[in-house]
Write a protein that binds this ligand. Structure first.
Ligand SMILES: [Zn+2]
Length: 283
């Protein structure tokens, strides 16, 4: 998503922005989770979001990422932090073209060349956090996250797991321990590293942590090269589906044959998520 967004928007000036649903945006002094995620709180008067906070009149200089979150950084140093949640996506269109989809579009940026960029999110678990600058992004948002999964070192993962008694599968899903691993890639990495997902995180040996770390990085690299995994509706900013879903070894394959040993894959709920593993390959 980061790569496609960078290709689609970097360098294009933003002429104007339209915010169609205020709750998808959280400003620095809004409730911590933003309005849509704080229905039980009384947020007080809802302030308008100034257009320049949404990068109007600026140019996107780069798109960065930490874990599952994106940051659009403007030439004025302002930052939009985006979490796509479950169904969030970006749509892009060229001059004179319509957006591929018009429903559930919450923010539309009109680009100087006549094209459009839109943030769409049917289920609205995602959101946009406006940040004054990158220091604000780090202090309010990214400072809470663990090391990025695509580049994490074994020593950092070992530190995050030290003394942990919960299942390694649950620990891998905790974005404070390691940022960027979700249910699919946690199962795939544990299979590749031959580690049983129920093992307490703190019980892994140094060699096992190192193997798991290598597996996580390799799987994410391969999945990113393949454009990600499209199970239902994931598309990148240029509208392309991923190709990695056809290469899953265990995810979504409970009850089917292991691709390594032909034994039957098992599944159970661990850390509130369906987990699939091979009882013969992962001991
Ligand atoms: Zn097997």
């Amino acid at each position: 998503m980061r790569r496609s967004l960078e290709r689609a928007v970097v360098g294009r000036p933003i002429a104007d922005v339209r915010l169609l649903r205020r709750e998808v945006v959280a400003m620095p002094d809004d409730p911590p989770g933003g309005f849509s995620r704080a229905r039980t709180e009384r947020p007080g008067p809802i302030r308008r979001v100034p257009k320049q906070d949404l990068l109007a009149g600026q140019r996107i200089e780069r798109v960065s990422r930490h874990g599952k979150q994106l940051a659009l950084v403007s030439d004025a140093g302002r930052v939009l932090n985006v979490h796509l949640g479950m169904t969030g996506q970006f749509l892009c269109s060229g001059a004179g073209q319509r957006l591929a989809q018009a429903d559930h579009v919450h923010v539309v940026w009109r680009l100087g060349d006549g094209g459009r960029l839109a943030f769409r999110d049917p289920r609205r678990f995602g959101g946009i956090w406006t940040c004054r600058d990158e220091a604000d992004l780090l202090s309010r948002r990214w400072g809470m996250l663990g090391p990025d999964a695509a580049t994490i070192r074994a020593s950092d993962l070992a530190a995050g797991l030290r003394g942990s008694r919960r299942a390694i599968k649950a620990a891998l899903l905790d974005q404070r321990v390691i940022a960027g691993v979700g249910n699919i890639y946690a199962d795939e990495a544990l299979f590749r590293a031959r580690i049983l997902p129920q093992r307490p995180g703190g019980s892994l040996t140094g060699a096992e942590v190192a193997a798991l770390c290598r597996a996580i990085r390799a799987i994410l690299r391969d999945a990113i090269e393949a454009g990600g995994s499209t199970l239902r509706d994931y598309r990148d900013a240029e509208g392309r589906a991923g190709g990695y879903q056809d290469r899953h070894s265990v995810y979504g394959r409970g009850g089917q044959g292991c691709r390594v040993c032909s034994g039957m894959l098992e599944s159970a709920v661990i850390g509130q998520r369906t987990t699939v593993w091979c009882p013969a390959c992962q001991r």
